[in-house]
Write a protein that binds this ligand. Structure first.
Ligand code: GDP
Length: 294
């Protein structure tokens, strides 16, 4: 994953490390190399300029702390700036003694249904009692897919095959689970087309009915630049509390992860690394940047 970005950032860093001395010209060159590497990896241009502006300012003005060479200090600044953008590691903050409701948002094909099943299994494995509401009324087969995947982890799924009104399914589902001693209810929603007004309106209705404790935005890591706009549009409708980036096992360039996180101000919590139910990893910003910088 992220091989392109890793090798171009790696080349930029090599230039610094191999140089005979650091001067303003070399820092500007590093900044240009980093810009090129990030833009080629689909990182939003606004973010790229922000990162490289900080990089240049700090590399030119900061004195390295004792024991750190100027070259290594500059590499560390780059590391810091990329990590800052991604935030810290974040955990679910479930309240005990109540049913914590998590709504999954994202456009069709982003991997929501797969993530719902993966999270149901993951959380069950951590000892939580989980129920799932399948309210993706748009995609044929979504409910069957969800039920089949959740059956393996003994998680019950509430759905209504013949009802096309997702907000009412969410309402009925929450009612259905009301008296069960569950810790978490995952709500899978419809995704239709990106940024479609109807979709956002439906999300708004679901949000009112569900009153979720957390909205998780599921973003396909292979879509690159569009991540930023997509994330921003959803965030305006339902405040996003966490992001899950899927398909990072494929040829994803990875820049979208930085963009989605920045557009919502929410942290990336998990990444999907395959189609199987266990292909879910906790996201670690430091490991992500570490992998990028080699
Ligand atoms: P939804 O429309 O958002 O519910 O999307 P689905 O959960 O149905 O996923 C769409 C497609 O992406 C399916 O073929 C999934 O198997 C696939 N998919 C989901 N997550 C991942 C992932 O992390 N890696 C890969 N390679 N494929 C994934």
């Amino acid at each position: 994953m992220l091989d392109g970005l890793k090798s171009s950032l790696g080349d930029a860093i090599k230039k610094i490390v191999k140089s005979s001395g650091i001067d303003e010209e070399l820092i500007k060159e590093l900044s240009k190399d980093v810009q090129r590497a990030l833009l080629q990896s689909d990182v939003n241009v606004r973010l790229v300029l922000e990162i490289t502006k900080h990089l240049e300012e700090r590399a030119l003005n900061e004195t390295p702390p004792p024991g750190l060479s100027r070259k290594n200090h500059i590499v560390k600044i780059l590391y810091d700036e990329l990590s800052n953008l991604l935030g810290n590691e974040s955990e679910f903050d479930f309240k005990p003694g109540k049913q914590n409701k998590i709504i999954l948002l994202g456009i069709q094909g982003s991997g929501k249904t797969t993530v719902a099943s993966k999270l149901a299994k993951f959380l069950t494995g951590q000892g939580y009692k989980v129920g799932v509401v399948g309210a993706d009324t748009y995609r044929p087969g979504a409910l069957v897919q969800l039920k089949t995947m959740c059956e393996k982890s003994n998680v019950e799924v509430y759905g209504e095959e013949s009802n096309k009104d997702s907000p009412s399914i969410v309402k009925n589902g929450l009612n259905y689970f009301k008296d069960q001693s569950l810790d978490v209810i995952l709500i899978d929603t419809a995704g239709r087309h990106k940024e479609e007004q109807d979709l956002l309106e439906e999300m708004d209705r679901i949000n009112k009915v569900a009153d979720p404790d957390l909205a998780l935005l599921v973003i396909d890591g292979t879509i690159g630049q569009q991540c930023f706009n997509q994330a921003e549009a959803f965030h305006k409708t339902i405040p996003v509390g966490g992001v899950i980036i899927t398909k990072l096992d494929s040829s994803a360039k990875g820049g979208g992860a930085l963009a989605a996180s920045a557009a919502t101000g929410a942290q990336i919590m998990y990444i999907g690394t395959g189609e199987r139910i266990d292909d879910l990893e906790k996201f670690s910003p430091t490991r992500f940047v570490g992998r990028l910088l080699g």
